[in-house]
Design a protein around this ligand. Structure first.
Ligand code: ZN
Length: 99
């Protein structure tokens, strides 16, 4: 049994993503290669998933997961959509200005 980093209880710890999975999925989806690379490895090998460490107990992992979902749905995804609209608006204005 190890100590949970959040509640400090002794428990069997889960493999917690250091960077939320929805962020690493977005990086893979939008990156030029579609892969993640291990920057700690001298050969920068491809990895399937972001770094995970034994950090939180099941209860705290669920708590983080709940908040990550809300953040993804309410902030991260809407921001990306607005950002895309913002870039589209700039391009639209640029084209109008030059033609
Ligand atoms: Zn905990």
């Amino acid at each position: 049994m190890e100590e949970c980093a959040l509640c400090k209880k002794k428990a069997e710890l889960k493999n917690s993503h250091i960077i939320p999975k929805f962020v690493t999925d977005w990086i893979k989806k939008t990156g030029p290669t579609g892969f993640l690379r291990d920057t700690n490895n001298a050969f920068r090998l491809r990895v399937q998933d972001g770094l995970k460490v034994h950090l939180l107990c099941g209860e705290c992992e669920q708590l983080f997961s709940k908040h990550e979902k809300i953040f993804a749905e309410k902030i991260f995804i809407p921001y990306l959509k607005d950002k895309m609209n913002y870039h589209f608006l700039i391009m639209h204005n640029f084209i109008q200005f030059h033609f």
